[in-house]
Design a protein around this ligand. Structure first.
Ligand code: ACO
Length: 435
């Protein structure tokens, strides 16, 4: 074989001797992938990978994760640098367009987002159909899906201008939709967006302000919110992003696809973990109860997990968790919260878990959700809104990944196969007519 020939792996079926040469496609960084697209045609076999732990479902230029080293790059830029020096909207531009914007491009992008922050007035009526005690994730899932019933002028997924406008609409309107879900649960009037404020400031304003009182933006909290949004903006082909891509691969409109992503994010194994962490801390209660709780986590029959720990890809400290921990301290200091019992409990839990053989051996480290709940709680945001905030941030990633997929000429409808283990063909039993 010439040294320039692409690397291949060979799959051979031992008892027949039939084999297939599988090309190994290199990435810029990270492992190569075995291209098995012709495998079924050549050997009549599928690959089997429940949970997709070893399967690359697409090619992407957006986000890179090295789970062993604890590295997260967006378009090549480390998350630590983006969280420190960038803003959420600049990261949004980067994820969508591939490069950081010039000053002029940023101004235009920012203005474009601000122009779309309001929602169709009739959409307000939707909220009244929900019970006041509805989970806000249920509300935003419904309302975001309903956007496709309002914005008919940007639903042609094959039209680049429609895709661009839909992306702006989704990123701009999510904070409005999310904060109205919160206001509805409180029975307070909806606050209309203020386009003189930054994205994070406006989100805080719409969630916390009331028409009868002046609302003062706290710049430390606004910066913390912006950073929380950056840290959740995208994370490669996770469950909700893969859901968005799969829905989008059928040609479904972007509002429907993002609603599907929100549904997928809701589960406690994914975006619902930040809510689950606070419930867990409340259940533990005091540091002296930690050893008993850890023993339950380690008991295979208990089904109890240390929420906010572990990750399918990170087998090291999630880099976002480190930034989140720092931000958590900044927020608590700004708010004058010293010796917060929840934070103390979380830090003690983390300290014990990081030294416990069970967690060390399984490479279970804190993930982004371990600290985010504590910050959000300190900022006065109720637990039920935590995953909603995640959805607001991740909309940028979902839209960027959806756009990339729609622009990929090799994209086809997503259609996994299966290992069938049910009955083979059998005949319907002919029973006697009356017994
Ligand atoms: N607590 C205790 N044990 C755990 C935990 C945990 N949080 N996470 C994994 N394990 C154990 C499993 O019991 C399993 O042990 P075993 O090999 O003895 O059977 C082993 O570690 C591997 O676990 P899997 O479930 O196979 O790992 P997977 O990659 O499928 O799961 C997940 C990843 C879902 C994130 C898991 O670690 C988890 O449930 N964590 C808690 C929920 C959470 O924090 N989710 C947020 C993820 S980040 C995000 O979405 C923003």
């Amino acid at each position: 074989m010439s040294s320039n020939a692409p690397a291949t792996a060979t799959i051979r079926i031992d008892d027949t001797g039939r084999e297939s040469a599988v090309p190994l496609l290199p990435g810029t960084i990270g492992p190569a992938v075995a291209d098995i697209r012709k495998l079924y045609g050549e050997l009549g076999i599928f690959t089997y990978d429940p949970g997709y732990g070893g399967t690359a479902a697409c090619e992407s230029k957006i986000t890179y994760i090295d789970g062993d080293a604890g590295v997260l790059l967006h378009r090549g830029y480390p998350i630590e640098q983006l969280a420190e020096h960038s803003t959420f909207l600049e990261v949004a531009y980067l994820l969508l367009n591939g490069e950081l914007p010039s000053a002029g491009q940023m101004q235009e992008f920012d203005r474009g987002i601000r122009l779309h922050t309001m929602v169709h007035e009739q959409l307000r009526q939707f909220y009244n159909g929900f019970r006041r005690d509805a989970h806000p994730m249920a509300v935003i899932c419904g309302v975001v899906g309903a956007l496709s019933a309002f914005y008919h002028d940007s639903l042609d997924v094959n039209n680049p201008e429609h895709r661009r406008i839909s992306a702006f609409r989704l990123i701009a309107k999510l904070p409005t939709i999310a904060s109205w879900a919160f206001k509805y649960s409180l029975g307070q009037p909806f606050m209309y967006p203020r386009n003189d404020l930054s994205y994070a400031e406006n989100f805080l304003y719409m969630m916390n302000a009331v028409p009868s009182e002046p609302y003062q933006i706290n710049p430390v909290l606004a910066r913390a919110m912006d950073r929380i949004l950056i840290l959740h903006a995208d994370h490669e082909q996770n469950a909700s992003t893969s859901t968005v891509r799969l829905a989008g691969s059928t040609g479904a409109n972007p509002f429907a696809c993002i609603a599907a992503g929100i549904a997928s994010l809701w589960g406690p194994a994914h975006g619902g973990a930040n809510e689950a962490v606070l419930k867990m801390l409340a259940e533990i209660g005091t540091p002296d109860a930690i050893p008993g709780f850890i023993a339950r986590v380690k008991d295979k029959n208990s089904n109890v997990r240390l929420m906010g720990f572990g990750h399918r890809v990170y087998k090291n400290y999630d880099p976002r968790a480190k930034i989140m921990q720092r931000t958590c301290h900044e927020v608590l200091t700004e708010l004058g919260i010293t010796g917060d019992p929840l934070l103390d409990l979380a830090m003690e839990l983390e300290r014990i878990a990081l030294h416990d053989e069970y967690f060390v051996g399984k490479k279970l480290y804190p993930n982004v959700d371990f600290y985010s709940g504590i910050i959000l709680k300190a900022m006065g945001i109720p637990t039920s809104m935590f995953t909603v905030l995640f959805a607001v941030a991740r909309t940028v990633g979902w839209v960027s990944q959806w756009k990339e997929m729609m622009e990929d000429p090799s994209q086809r409808i997503g259609r996994p196969r299966q290992l069938y283990t049910g009955h083979a063909r059998r005949d319907y039993p002919m029973r006697a007519a009356a017994e």
